[in-house]
Ligand binder design. Structure first.
Ligand code: 4NP
Length: 148
């Protein structure tokens, strides 16, 4: 799960997807920027997660690295700028093909964005929780029921 800062959207997505899958699946998040390296998630992301029974307070921010292309089968980005920043680091078609807009799991091919809630109010976090929960439900179902 990749966003810009790795403190609002992607740690929430990480917590949501982890709650829907077993530990057999390695799920992590990262930011394309490095300015929140080692930081806890934004308190508003921690709060919305808690509202829905998830504890993401122990997650720590990190920056996306090229070796993430080797470590993960799927790389879900939140918006177009994340997409461009991750694609820039790709080395091969195999790398590029791993990068997906997370909302395409709900609205295939539309490239809709999970809006950055950082400068908004609490409603923005409720909104992104609902979007990410729906997307992660589909991701989990696909991983559990498809063999591709
Ligand atoms: P995120 O949100 O990409 O969902 O973690 C942001 C967090 C911090 C900043 C921007 C977006 N920032 O500019 O510090």
């Amino acid at each position: 799960m990749v966003c810009l800062g790795n403190i609002c959207r992607s740690p929430l997505a990480e917590g949501i997807l982890k709650s829907k899958l077993s530990n057999d699946f390695i799920i992590d998040s990262a930011g394309t920027a490095n300015y929140h390296k080692g930081s806890s998630p934004d308190k508003r992301s921690i709060a919305i997660a808690k509202k829905y029974g998830l504890d993401i307070s122990n997650l720590k921010g990190r920056q996306f690295v090229i070796s993430d292309f080797d470590s993960f089968d799927f790389i879900y980005v939140m918006d177009e700028s994340n997409y461009q920043n991750v694609i820039k680091l790709g080395r091969s078609k195999e790398d590029f093909d791993k990068v997906k807009y997370i909302l395409n799991e709900v609205y295939p091919g539309k490239n809709f964005e999970v809006p950055d809630p950082y400068y908004g109010g609490d409603q923005g976090f409720e909104n992104i929780y609902q979007m990410l929960n729906e997307a992660c439900e589909n991701i989990a179902n696909n991983l559990l029921h498809n063999n591709d």
